[in-house]
Design a protein around this ligand. Structure first.
Ligand code: ADP
Ligand code: MP5
Length: 270
């Protein structure tokens, strides 16, 4: 059996909607063997983040090395990396273990507003990790912090994507979930030459916890299977749209998305 391996380097969400839990569920649904390196444990539920507990530095080093010594991930994604120290470590280990197809989801703030990345770590993200990326997938507030200016409309989003490619990522995808203005959600992918727009109907729901994690995990899974970038992003966009539309309705706050939805639709079980 030829099953592709993929690795996520991210934080844990005990609620199962974001972080490594979302990534593993997404990998599994898309037929990819998932592995994890855990950087921090967040205690959270649909009402917010109650605590963040970073993993001991040596514990992260050993998880990375144990994975690199014996497995061959064909694609790797990063999520919550928490500190500059962890970002620099992850950058060094990606190079040491020759991990390619790196997808960076620059997780900074949880939906409820809790910080998941220390402020001084943004510079490490742009200087050390970004140049290794095949793709970076910021939402609008994350893109603003990465490029150091505000993004008010679609053309500024395009400029931001260009700048992120100039800063070292091969491709940049600026997600439109946080754009308050429109009935459509427009995600912009820049490939170094031209822009591709992924437009979908905005789903009116509060259950969007972990959308960014799930989307970037789906892209990573498709890359691990050998898809080219545009095909990977297109499939992943259908995966997250289905996951948001077929809501589970869990919790009293921002609930998780439905990781079963895409494959259930593929099987005609909707
Ligand atoms: N209400 C929504 N309806 C449809 N798609 C959405 C909605 N919210 C988010 N998405 C999509 O989910 C993905 C992640 O969304 P976004 O909110 O921008 O990022 P993050 O979860 O990192 O904050 C993007 O592709 C975005 O377009
Ligand atoms: C461990 C972890 N990683 C990422 C997120 C971001 O997800 P969201 O922006 O939907 O809160 C999160 N809440 N927890």
């Amino acid at each position: 059996m030829n099953i592709a391996q993929a690795l996520t380097i991210a934080g844990s969400d005990n609620g199962g909607g974001a972080g490594i839990q979302a990534d593993l569920k997404t990998f599994q649904e898309l037929g990819v063997y998932g592995m994890t390196v855990i950087t921090a444990i967040a205690a959270q539920n649909t009402t917010g983040v109650q605590g963040v507990f970073p993993i001991d530095y040596d514990g992260i080093v050993q998880q990375l090395d144990s994975t690199g010594a014996d497995f061959q991930p064909r694609a790797v994604k990063t999520g919550m990396l928490y500190s500059a120290e962890i970002i620099r470590l992850v950058a060094a280990k990606c190079q040491q273990h020759s991990w390619s197809n790196l997808v960076i989801d620059p997780v900074m703030v949880a939906k409820g507003g809790a910080p998941l990345l220390q402020q001084e770590a943004v510079q490490a993200l742009t200087q050390d990790l970004l140049p290794l990326a095949l793709l970076i997938t910021p939402n609008i507030p994350e893109a603003e912090l990465l490029i150091g200016r505000s993004i008010r409309n679609l053309s500024e989003r395009e400029e931001a994507a260009k700048q992120l490619v100039q800063m070292g990522s091969t491709y940049a995808l600026i997600k439109g979930g946080h754009d308050p203005g429109s009935g459509m959600v427009i995600d912009v992918l820049y490939d170094g030459h031209s822009f591709h727009y992924l437009e979908n109907l905005r789903v009116m729901t509060r259950h969007t916890h972990g959308t960014g994690c799930t989307f970037s995990a789906a892209i990573t899974a498709e890359l691990a299977k050998g898809s080219p970038i545009l095909a990977a992003v297109t499939t992943a966009r259908a995966f997250i749209q289905a996951a948001i539309e077929d809501e589970l309705g869990f919790g009293t706050g921002h609930g998780p998305t439905n990781h079963f939805a895409y494959q259930r639709r593929q099987r005609g079980e909707r």
